[in-house]
Write a protein that binds this ligand. Structure first.
Ligand code: HEC
Length: 230
């Protein structure tokens, strides 16, 4: 092999002879044959090590891609549930705490309380002593039929439930024209619990029916007109 090479390239004949001489010398030494093999082996090993060195460098380049991918979905996922939760709170302000309480209270219990005589109420009264539940006509107090509609016209910004609740626990907060301001007992909140008053409000909100305010009753109709004109 070496002889053929040196015969082919005449220009490098000198180099060929040097190589040949060197080979003969090395072969002559004999013992150097093994070192040559040993030298070749480390080269392969070094290459293998370099390759294995290169292999670990590949994963690191892939790992930075993962961290960049992981943080991105998290921030996008977190803001999304928050805006979805916001619409719910916006629905809440539509109903006040009083509205929500009254909505789940028991109108039947309220009806019973409405006609229950209370010694501690003023000189002793039930609501029904002064208020008609089945009429808009006045007794000692205003008739409460369809009160849920009139309640909305009493105090701006108050729901029907809020106005009726206030009318019971603080009758002086709004005075219906044409009636004795201090006639309604002021201490219902000491007689009834809040939950009981919510029951009464729930009951009053159920009082619906055809208006009877214009029914022939000249005296009361005249009082109503005077009250409206102020
Ligand atoms: C002694 C009579 C009397 C009793 C008892 C009484 N009220 Fe009254 N109530 C009045 C008078 C008078 C008014 C009107 C003057 C005012 O606004 O305070 C009134 C007003 C109201 C109003 C407002 C009506 C409107 O048209 O705006 C409501 C509601 C009401 N009362 C509910 C009740 C309830 C419920 C009870 C029992 C827990 C009760 N009242 C007990 C005399 C009474």
């Amino acid at each position: 092999m070496i002889k053929r090479r040196s015969s082919r390239s005449g220009a490098n004949a000198l180099a060929g002879y040097i190589c040949l001489a060197l080979t003969i010398f090395l072969v002559g030494c004999g013992a150097l044959q093994e070192p040559v093999l040993h030298q070749a082996t480390p080269v392969i090993e070094v290459l293998t090590e370099q390759q294995t060195d290169l292999q670990p460098t590949t994963p690191p380049t892939a790992t930075p891609l993962l961290p960049t991918a992981t943080p991105t979905p998290e921030p996008t996922a977190t803001p999304t549930p928050l805006p979805t939760a916001t619409p719910e709170p916006t629905a809440a302000p539509l109903l006040s705490p009083i509205d929500r309480m009254v909505a789940v209270r028991n109108a039947e219990s309220g009806a019973a309380l409405f006609v229950t005589f209370q010694d501690a109420a003023g000189t002793g009264y039930s609501c029904s002593n002064c208020h008609l539940a089945d009429s808009e006509k006045a007794n000692l107090g205003p008739g409460l039929l369809n009160i849920k509609d009139r309640a909305l016209t009493r105090v701006e910004g108050q729901s029907a439930a809020e106005y009726i609740y206030d009318s019971i626990i603080n009758p002086m907060a709004y005075l219906v024209e044409g009636f004795d301001a201090e006639l309604m007992p002021q201490n219902w909140s000491e007689i009834y619990t809040d939950l009981e008053i919510f029951d009464i409000v729930a009951y009053l909100l159920t009082l619906e029916g055809e208006s009877d305010i214009d029914d022939p009753d000249p005296i009361e109709a005249g009082e109503e007109e005077t009250a409206e004109q102020g």
